[in-house]
Design a protein. Structure first.
Length: 691
């Protein structure tokens, strides 16, 4: 029987027309944050479209989200609470239970652990939804009130975010539409056609108007195919390339001295560092030619306005934070910020910070005891296996997982699986499907999809806020994240009035008065009041308003020929693991129409590397190192450069060829800044799969 969320603005008894269009927003971890139009007929979603009137969505959706209804109505949706009846080391078996039985048992288990030490309980969540309400609102209140360990949410953007904050004061940059006016665009570490489709629309407008587009990426991506030039540098060498460009800008005096003097601190130190990186040194470190370095610097130094679209792929190596800092400093050397079509964009999320009321949503004042410890989500494999100690604190005894699938997406998955498989670990997973993580849960609680709840959204690719109205009542016994945590709070005996606030009340307090909620609801989105060229005259959100350049330097990988020659002799291939085009991290992997497009897990290998190992296109291979191995199909492909293989991810482990995925071989080493994972800092070897 369908049970509607009593806190929802939509209930089955509401007066509803047979056909209507509902305003929505894409919930997924993508810079585009598209405005949606959701067509509902007879209380069933029949179509999900992009809103044509929204300036960045302009009516277009990616293949994934255009099929969102297929995901919502998927035959394998979890629609009742499930309780584990098998041992963790056995094949997973669950039986349906009532919500009351599930919540009472979960509460009793958590209360017993909290009585010993609430820090033995850990939330684990990320960007399964990017919404402010279904993300961290009631859930954050719950864990603050409980006194649970805190999660450092680093797995995607920690290094790049820390780098931008250290350099510019926050994650701020150009405004998306103005890329259409640029004369040169460097697309650096971004497969925009696959992962930032609406930026590509504006870049393509610039291209048609005569702009030059250059893709900088170890992989020859679909985006590289459409650019005028592709520079296939080695993984982790982006900072060296940025220093080489600075070297040439300095040598040829392609500098805006007035801008540097007025708005940049630490320029003398950075200049001295850059002068140590002539093109020949850069070429050796990056695996490209000196001529490519010189020409790229000439293009960038002599073209105005010039823009850089930086993405998070390049910061997933040991030196990722410093690399982002160095690339981000390039527009300051040339004064590119003076023009609204010049500068750089990694993330726009810092622009909305002054307009968000995060503390009102999360209520940190609910914490009644000492400040809890912080657990890094990127080292969950190690941390679940740690015993209690004076340094670490209590052993993790309970996990509440929502908006994430860590068994598939966290690095060094052999350790992650071992940790989740502990017989003494109590795990609750809020989910739509039986993911790899849900398979190792003690309870799986059915959560609503974006079509079944209210939410509000910001973006890290543009500067609008959006609303997602509830289009249909929850299917089966699914409940929103907020409702699950409300009911769990009640079962725990938490009586604070804030746990009774409705989703609409939460949405109305998510932003300051600068965002009018009624106007947001009426249009579906609101644009932040920002200047077109925000840094034309400086005014960066640092303590003194100036860019901070001191300390930025190239940092080598953990695993490379230069940094670890012994390891490289055994595992000579550098591996990156960019997302498959039709998945979004581990989301959508179980949507059959999208999985049919992807086919199967692949590793792309250059013809030279395949031939050296006697491997044929289409062969099943084992990709391995000391940490583990996984099995996949080999594709001999021009998308791979010599010495680098591309392990496309992130497939669910149980949908892979041998019950594993690419994270079998990644490690838990953290980046130089932001304590983020180093997924693309990984050496491997390949061999044919034994019969």
């Amino acid at each position: 029987m369908s049970q509607a969320d009593p806190y929802s603005p939509l209930s089955p008894s509401a007066s509803q027309s047979a056909s209507r269009v509902v305003k929505g927003a894409c919930p997924h971890d993508c810079p585009d944050t598209c405005a949606l139009k959701i067509t509902v007929e007879n209380e069933r979603v029949i179509k999900v479209q992009g809103a044509a009137e929204h300036r960045s969505t302009h009516g277009a959706l990616c293949t994934k989200v255009s099929r969102y209804a297929e995901r919502t109505y998927h035959a394998e949706r979890v629609l009742r609470p499930l309780k584990r009846v098998s041992a963790k080391h056995e094949a997973p078996r669950f039986e349906p239970v009532s919500w009351r039985e599930a919540l009472d048992d979960i509460a009793a288990r958590l209360q017993a652990i909290a009585a010993r030490d609430p820090q033995a309980i850990l939330p684990y969540s990320y960007a399964g939804t990017m919404g402010l309400i279904q993300g961290e609102s009631i859930s954050a209140r719950f864990f603050n009130r409980l006194g649970a360990s805190r999660l450092d949410r680093t797995i995607c953007a920690g290094a790049g975010g820390a780098a931008m904050t250290a350099t510019y004061g926050h994650k701020v940059g150009m405004h998306l539409p103005f890329f259409a006016e640029s004369k040169l665009i460097l697309i650096w570490g971004s497969n925009s056609i696959a992962s930032n489709l609406h930026f590509w629309t504006f870049a393509n407008q610039a291209k048609r108007a005569g702009a030059k587009l250059i893709c900088i990426d170890p992989r020859k991506t679909e985006t590289a195919d459409k650019c005028h030039q592709h520079i296939a540098l080695l993984p982790g060498s982006d900072g060296a390339l940025a220093l080489g460009l600075m070297h040439e800008l300095i040598q040829h005096d392609w500098l805006d001295h007035d801008y540097l003097n007025a708005h940049v601190d630490g320029w003398d130190e950075l200049k001295a560092r850059a002068l140590q990186w002539p093109p020949e040194r850069v070429a050796e470190v990056c695996g490209i030619t000196a001529e490519e370095v010189v020409q790229l610097a000439r293009d960038y130094g002599q073209t105005q306005p010039a823009a850089i679209r930086l993405n998070y792929g390049m910061q997933r190596v040991r030196g990722g934070g410093n690399a982002v800092r160095l690339v981000a400093l390039l527009p300051c050397l040339t004064g590119a910020w003076r023009n609204r079509a010049g500068g750089l964009l990694l993330s726009a999320s810092g622009w909305v910070a002054p307009f968000k009321n995060s503390a009102r949503l999360e209520k940190p004042e609910l914490l009644q005891g000492p400040e809890p410890r912080i657990i890094n989500m990127s080292t969950i494999g190690d941390d679940l296996l740690r015993p209690s100690s004076a340094d670490f604190g209590p052993r993790i005894e309970a996990l509440i997982v929502y908006n994430s699938n860590p068994v598939a997406v966290a690095p060094e998955s052999p350790k992650v699986v071992s940790g989740f498989a502990r017989s003494d670990l109590f795990t609750v997973v809020l989910e739509h499907f039986m993911t790899d993580t849900a398979d190792l849960a003690d309870y799986v609680l059915p959560a609503t999809t974006q079509l079944e709840h209210l939410d509000v959204h910001t973006s890290y690719g543009h500067t609008d806020v959006l609303i997602n109205e509830q289009a249909i009542a929850p299917i089966g016994e699914a409940k929103s994240n907020t409702q699950i945590f409300r009911e769990l709070a009640a079962a725990m005996g938490f009586t604070e009035p804030c746990f009774a606030e409705t989703d609409e009340q939460l949405a109305r307090q998510a932003f300051t008065s600068a965002i009018d909620f009624e106007a947001l609801r009426a249009q579906g989105w609101q644009s932040l009041p920002l200047a077109d060229a925000p840094f034309a005259a400086g005014g960066f959100p640092t303590a003194n308003g100036r860019v901070q350049a001191a300390g930025a330097d190239y940092v080598a990988n953990y695993e490379s020929r230069a940094s670890n020659p012994d390891l490289a002799r055994r595992y000579p291939l550098a591996m990156i693991s960019p997302p498959a085009r039709n998945f979004l991290n581990s989301s959508f992997v179980n949507v059959k129409s999208l999985r049919d497009i992807e086919g199967e897990p692949l590793v792309e290998v250059h013809a030279e590397d395949a031939a050296a190992r006697g491997l044929q296109d289409g062969a099943m291979v084992r990709v391995f190192n000391d940490r583990g191995s996984y099995v996949c199909r080999l594709a001999v492909s021009a998308r791979a450069r010599p010495g680098v293989v591309n392990g496309l991810g992130v497939w669910w482990r149980k949908l892979g060829a041998a019950g594993s995925n690419v994270n079998e071989v990644t490690h838990q080493g953290l980046t130089d800044m932001g304590q983020a994972p180093s997924f693309y800092d990984c050496l491997v070897e390949l061999e044919a799969l034994a019969a």
